[in-house]
Design a protein around this ligand. Structure first.
Ligand code: UGA
Length: 423
C-alpha cells in the first residue's frame, strides 16, 4: 500500500521505517528540515535500537522523507503522528493535530480516489470524530464519502519500539466505516497479532486506559514497596508471587523510583483533566501521579539517612534517561532527584551511557562523566536512577568511591552492599 505519515517524531519515524519493512511505500512528512536531512542521510534523530538499520535499508527506496504534503492523493492513507503535548492544565494540547488535519485536507482537495485519514497520535476520545474529520472534510471539500477516518493507537515502548511494532500484543483499529477498517487492517497483514476493531472514540480511550493502567501498576508496586521496606520484606519477592497470578501478570510490577518518559505522566494527567471536565473526580488516577511524584524524592530521604547533610557532598548519579536503551530524559525521575541534590548543595557527578548530552541541556552546571567509574571516583554516595542492564556488571568500580554508599532506585545491581529505595 502507499502510505503518508505526518510527523517525523518518535512514533511517526518508527512507524514509517517499520511500514517500509512490511513492504509498503511510505512518504514521511516532517516540517523540521534538519530532521528531514538527517533521516534522508539514514541518520535517525532519535536513538532507537534497530531503527538506523531500517532507515539505511529503505531510505530513498520504499521510504521517502520530505517537508511537503505533495502526493497525498496518490496514497491509500495518511497517518497523523504529531505530538499532543500537555497544556498548562494537564489536558492534551491539540494544536498540531488541528493543523495537520487542515493541511492534509487541503492536500486531498483535488483527489478523487478513496483515502483514509488515520490518527495514531494519543488523543482524547472524540478527537478523531469531532476535530480531525471535520477539519479534513472542510479543507478538502470532499464530503462525498471518499475520505474516511480511523484511529490506530500505538503501544510502542521507547528503547524497544521496533521490536514492539513487529510483535504487538494486539493492533487496535477504531473506525466507523468498513472501507477504513479493511484498509488499515491490510497494512498489518504481515503482523501476527489479534486485530481489535472498535468505534473511533473507544480506540482513543483504549490508549489512555492502557497507559493509565500500566502507570497504576507501577505506583501500586511502589506503594507496596514502601510498606514492605518498613516491614523488612523484599517487595520483589512479594511481586514475584503476586505476578504469577494470571489475572495480575508479572509485568510492570517493578518497584523503584517511579515512572518517567513522555507518555505515562502526560497521558495520566490528560485523563485526569478529561475526567474533571465532565464532572468526575478520578481519585485513583490522582493518587497514581501523587505516589509517583513523591517516590523519586525517597532517594533523597534514604541518601540523607545514610550520609546526613548533603551540602558539599559528592553524589554520583548513575542513569539519567527515563529508562534504559534510550537517550530520552523527558520527565525522567533523575531530573527531580538532581534538582533536589543541587538545591541541597550537593556536587552532582552524573553518568548515563546515552543521555549525558540530553541532560546537559537541562542541567548545564553539573559534572558529566564518560563512564560510571569516572562518576564514582571519590564520590561520597551513589544513586542508581535508570535500569541500564550494563549497571548490573558494576562492582569494583564502587571501590573507587570515598565511601561505598550505594542507593538503588531500580533493582539492577548485582554487587554487595547496596540499599534499595523501597526494598
Ligand atoms: C509506555 C508504554 O509502555 C507503551 O505501551 C506506550 O506505547 C508508550 O508509553 C506511549 O504511550 O507512547 P514508554 O514510556 O516508552 O512506553 O516506556 P515504559 O517501558 O512503559 O516505561 C515507562 C516508565 O515506567 C519508565 O520510567 C520505567 O522505568 C518505569 N517502569 C516501568 C517502572 O518503574 N516499573 C516497571 O515495572 C515498568
Amino acid at each position: 500500500m502507499k502510505v503518508h505519515i505526518v510527523g517525523g517524531g518518535y512514533v511517526g519515524l518508527v512507524s514509517a521505517a517499520c511500514f517500509s519493512e512490511l513492504g509498503h511505500e511510505v512518504h514521511l512528512v516532517e516540517i523540521d528540515k534538519a530532521k528531514v536531512d538527517a533521516i534522508n542521510r539514514g541518520i535517525p534523530p532519535i536513538f532507537e535500537p534497530g531503527l538506523e538499520e531500517l532507515l539505511k535499508k529503505h531510505i530513498h527506496r520504499e521510504f521517502i522523507t520530505t517537508s511537503e504534503y505533495d502526493g497525498i492523493t496518490e496514497s491509500d492513507c495518511t497517518f497523523i503522528c504529531v505530538g499532543t503535548p500537555p497544556a498548562p492544565d494537564g489536558s492534551a494540547d491539540l494544536r498540531y493535530i488541528r493543523s495537520a488535519a487542515h493541511s492534509i485536507g487541503e492536500s486531498l482537495k483535488d483527489g478523487k480516489d478513496p483515502h483514509i485519514v488515520v490518527v495514531k497520535s494519543t488523543v482524547p476520545p472524540g478527537t478523531t470524530g469531532t476535530i480531525v474529520a471535520p477539519a479534513v472534510l472542510d479543507a478538502s471539500e470532499r464530503r462525498d464519502g471518499t475520505v474516511t477516518f480511523a484511529m490506530n493507537p500505538e503501544f510502542l515502548r521507547e528503547g524497544r519500539a521496533v521490536e514492539d511494532f513487529f510483535h504487538p500484543d494486539r493492533v487496535v483499529i477504531g473506525c466507523d466505516d468498513a472501507h477504513a477498517c479493511r484498509g488499515v487492517s491490510a497494512l498489518y497483514d504481515r503482523i501476527d497479532a489479534p486485530i481489535v476493531t472498535t468505534g473511533l472514540a473507544a480506540a482513543e480511550m483504549i490508549k489512555y486506559v492502557s497507559n493509565a493502567f500500566l502507570a497504576t501498576k507501577i505506583s501500586f508496586s511502589n506503594e507496596m514497596g514502601n510498606i514492605c521496606k518498613k516491614l523488612g520484606i523484599d517487595v520483589y519477592e512479594v511481586m514475584k508471587g503476586v505476578g504469577l497470578d494470571a489475572r495480575i501478570s508479572p509485568h510492570f510490577l517493578n518497584a523503584g523510583a517511579g515512572f518517567g518518559g513522555s507518555c505515562f505522566p502526560k497521558d495520566v494527567s490528560a485523563l485526569i483533566s478529561l475526567a474533571e471536565s465532565i464532572g468526575e473526580d478520578p481519585r485513583i488516577l490522582k493518587s497514581v501521579i501523587e505516589v509517583n511524584e513523591s517516590q523519586a524524592l525517597r532517594m533523597i530521604t534514604v541518601l540523607e539517612s545514610r550520609i546526613g547533610n548533603l551540602c558539599g557532598k559528592q553524589v554520583a548519579v548513575l542513569g539519567l534517561a527515563f529508562k534504559d536503551n534510550t537517550d530520552d530524559v523527558r520527565d525522567s525521575r533523575s531530573i527531580s532527584v538532581i534538582e533536589e541534590l543541587v538545591e541541597r548543595g550537593a556536587v552532582v557527578r552524573a553518568f548515563d551511557p546515552l543521555a549525558n548530552a540530553s541532560m546537559s541541556r537541562i542541567f548545564p552546571g553539573i559534572n558529566y562523566y564518560e563512564s560510571a567509574e569516572g562518576a564514582l571516583t571519590g564520590a561520597d554516595a551513589c544513586l542508581v536512577m535508570t535500569e541500564w542492564p550494563e549497571f548490573s556488571l558494576l562492582d569494583r568500580e564502587f571501590d573507587r568511591m570515598a565511601s561505598r554508599v550505594i542507593i538503588e532506585g531500580r533493582r539492577i545491581l548485582s554487587c554487595d552492599g547496596k540499599e534499595g529505595i523501597c526494598w
